[in-house]
Design a protein around this ligand. Structure first.
Ligand code: FE2
Length: 321
């Protein structure tokens, strides 16, 4: 566990970027994606002066080590500690390229990534925020893997997005209990693939209006691409009485935040045009940590119209057809 120091009388600011997902050729001179991504990140950093930059997965595609390297150099250039969790695309060709990308990242002086216990995947680790010796907030950096085969009721086998593994849920619960016992005030889980409970949260939120007294912010423009079956994650999180927020990437055109059954389930704001996007939803997510733990999470959208116009870049549209 690495400990980061919060300055006295000053909030600790985490800037989360999500799903930059750049192919090698998209970093090349003349391609329109690179200036959009760089301008977005630059704006977010200048505006927020973060103490830490996190990335909720899908940095590139497996084996594209030049892409990982370019991205790592870009982040290192700001002189701010940074780290990542893996996304399904980072994982999609198995563990070997993930481990190689992990080695590559760890050679960067400002990268805080840790492999964690291989029993839970790669990159399950905790970053703790303290002020002096006073514990404040824990960031649970969690590997949400790639895909898994399930058998449908019809007997047909189908590949679907993976869920957090049962032993991984146990590990998170144990860590949360230990951190709580040490006096940490709260925790936030950062991962790539959303948890199964995001589906129920979205159903509650959007068809029936702003349900009950739950607070709902943001938009849903695509289906929730989680594992399709109950994963036990919400129950585990509720049981910790400690992890109060979950921030997921993966769904580039969902950015909602819903207070669902006592846990704030949030989608990160997608950063840059890589893979697919809606340019109006481009930006990052700012997590503000005060003396008593997490006090605010919000998206900052970055207007990139001047870099998009006339470049023929597609916008994602969800359609019945
Ligand atoms: Fe993804």
């Amino acid at each position: 566990m690495k400990i980061l120091q919060k300055e006295k009388n000053k909030d600790f600011i985490v800037l989360n970027l999500s799903d930059p997902q750049m192919n090698g050729f998209e970093w090349e001179e003349g391609h329109p994606y690179r200036p959009i991504l760089e301008y977005t990140i630059d704006t977010l950093i200048q505006d927020n002066k973060p103490d830490l930059i996190t990335v909720t997965g899908d940095m590139a595609y497996p084996g594209q080590f030049d892409s990982y390297e370019t991205f790592a150099n870009l982040l290192d250039g700001y002189g701010i500690p940074w780290t990542v969790v893996w996304g399904n695309h980072d994982h999609q060709e198995g563990m070997e390229p993930v481990l190689k990308a992990a080695e590559l990242f760890k050679q960067h002086p400002l990268c805080l990534f840790e492999d964690g216990d291989p029993a839970y995947g790669n990159g399950n680790y905790i970053l703790a925020i303290q002020e002096g010796d006073t514990p404040i907030t824990a960031l649970f950096m969690i590997d949400s893997h790639n895909s898994v085969k399930i058998t449908l009721d019809s007997g047909e086998e189908k590949w679907v997005y993976d869920k957090l593994w049962p032993n991984q849920l146990d590990w998170i619960a144990q860590q949360a209990a230990a951190l709580k016992a040490k006096g940490y005030k709260d925790g936030i889980m950062l991962l790539h693939i959303p948890l199964f409970c995001y589906r129920a949260a979205a159903k509650m939120a959007f068809p029936g209006g702003r349900g009950g007294d739950s607070e709902i912010y943001g938009q849903q423009h695509e289906l929730i691409a989680s594992h399709p079956r109950e994963d036990g994650a919400l129950e585990m999180i509720q049981g910790t009485d400690f992890i109060s927020h979950v921030l997921a990437g993966h769904d580039h055109c969902n950015n909602f935040m819903i207070d669902y059954e006592g846990v704030k389930l949030m989608f990160a704001c997608k950063t840059g045009p890589g893979c697919y996007w809606q340019s109006a939803m481009n930006g990052g997510t700012i997590i503000t940590i005060g003396n008593n733990g997490i006090k605010d999470v919000h998206h900052q959208f970055v207007n990139v119209t001047h870099l998009v116009e006339g470049k023929g870049i597609n916008e994602f549209v969800y359609s019945w057809n």
